[in-house]
Ligand binder design. Structure first.
Ligand code: SAH
Ligand code: SF4
Length: 368
């Protein structure tokens, strides 16, 4: 059985062409699945009965299986979705006054093993399919609507989720072939119809894939920097050993030739005593000097067994001030949903709890 959410607009057209159907069938089905959030082919009332009957025999709309659905006191809502074989992924809804953002996962686990990341500590389980990636947006919109979401743009007929950030579990560029069709669906007018500026992909710095993304589907790009020099970044973000900073910065400059925003967002997790000193800020200012960028400082979110501490608030603010004084727009990410462990880098905590026995052999024991 085909999951219709696995097919990007071009594949869906090819799917219908093979069956002797016109291209507009693809557009109709896209709208049913991604705008009306149909859960079954039988709902598609403007397709002929015979087409619906044949479609039912080969295709379905596979709804994600929700293991847990938690809402934090600030309205942040987290869905833990089954990924089979004892694995699960999370997607997080972050409501704000003027937008609804969904933080989407791309892999169950992650192979890149950044030192401060809970998902990395879990190890790599598997890539999500396009259907599972898009399914997170489908599920969030569908559920929020069913729950009677009352945002001004929803009342005007738009979907509750207005922005997508690929910042959940996994490294999206390490699952390129499933992620790009998902991005195409986020952008397509017959599907989610989001502008390229409202779709952000965050990467730890897989340089060749940054170049491919620029050519295939340039959405807004966030790059997880976390250190101003190679020695420190090698330690915090091990992929840096393969693609060091000079190479990464050059890729960022190339990306901006096609990017929907004229800046890169650099993410920088603030680790007490590790990368948060005035000397680090000074080196960072030099490092990003020739890349139009914004800096987003992320207070480190601890998780059980993590070896790092969160930088004191004062240090984060003076780090921010130093960058701002050098003319770099710098924001400090507000921690959302911390009472349900939904903040950056905390995703997967529950997965570990749920599968503790099986995973315990693979989670590196962190001293201290
Ligand atoms: N794999 C991608 C996207 C997922 S992580 C990437 O690394 O960019 C999204 C962001 O959260 C990244 O910037 C990541 O470095 C950061 N992050 C990971 N663990 C964190 C933690 N414990 N506290 C704060 N931020 C964290
Ligand atoms: Fe993977 Fe990103 Fe976590 Fe690094 S920070 S381990 S790339 S999910």
């Amino acid at each position: 059985m085909i999951d219709l959410k696995d097919l990007d607009p071009a594949s869906l057209e090819a799917f219908f062409a093979e069956r002797g159907e016109k291209p507009f069938r693809a557009r109709q089905v896209l709208r049913w699945v991604h705008q009306r959030f149909a859960a079954d082919v039988s709902e598609m009332s403007d397709l002929s009965k015979s087409l619906r009957d044949t479609l039912c025999t080969v295709a379905q709309i596979k709804a994600p299986e929700v293991i847990r659905d938690t809402t934090a006191s600030d309205g942040t809502r987290k869905w833990l979705l089954d990924a089979g074989n004892g694995n699960a992924v999370e997607s997080v809804y972050i409501p704000e006054d003027d937008r609804g953002t969904l933080c989407v996962s791309s892999q169950a686990g992650c192979a890149l093993d950044c030192a401060f990341c809970s998902t990395g500590k879990q190890g790599f389980n598997r890539n999500l399919t396009t259907g599972e990636i898009v399914g997170q947006l489908w599920h969030a919109n569908r559920t929020l609507l069913a729950d009677g979401a009352t945002r001004p743009w929803v009342e005007a007929g738009r979907a509750p989720i207005t922005n997508v950030v690929m910042m959940g579990m996994g490294e999206p560029l390490a699952n390129y072939d499933a992620v790009v069709p998902a991005l195409e669906l986020f952008l397509d007018d017959n599907a989610y119809g989001l502008s390229r500026r409202r779709v952000t992909l965050s990467t730890s710095g897989l340089v060749p894939w940054i170049d491919r993304l620029r050519d295939d589907c340039p959405v807004a790009l966030a790059v997880s920097l976390h250190a101003p020099d190679d020695a420190l970044r090698d330690r915090l973000v091990p992929i840096n050993r393969r693609h060091p900073l000079d190479e990464l910065m050059a890729a960022c400059r190339r990306y901006l030739e096609r990017a929907p925003r004229d800046f890169i967002t650099f993410e920088y997790v603030m680790l007490d005593g590790v990368n948060d000193q005035p000397s680090h800020a000074a080196a960072l200012i030099d490092r990003v000097a020739d890349v139009p960028c914004k800096l987003n400082l992320i207070p480190f979110n601890p998780f059980p067994g993590s070896e790092f501490r969160t930088s004191p608030r004062e240090r984060v603010l003076s780090f921010q001030r130093q960058l701002m004084d050098a003319g770099i727009v710098t924001t400090v990410r507000r921690t959302r949903g911390d009472d349900i462990d939904a903040a950056c880098g905390q995703l997967a905590g529950q997965v570990q709890d749920r599968t503790k026995r099986r995973l315990s052999t693979r989670i590196p024991v962190v001293a201290r």
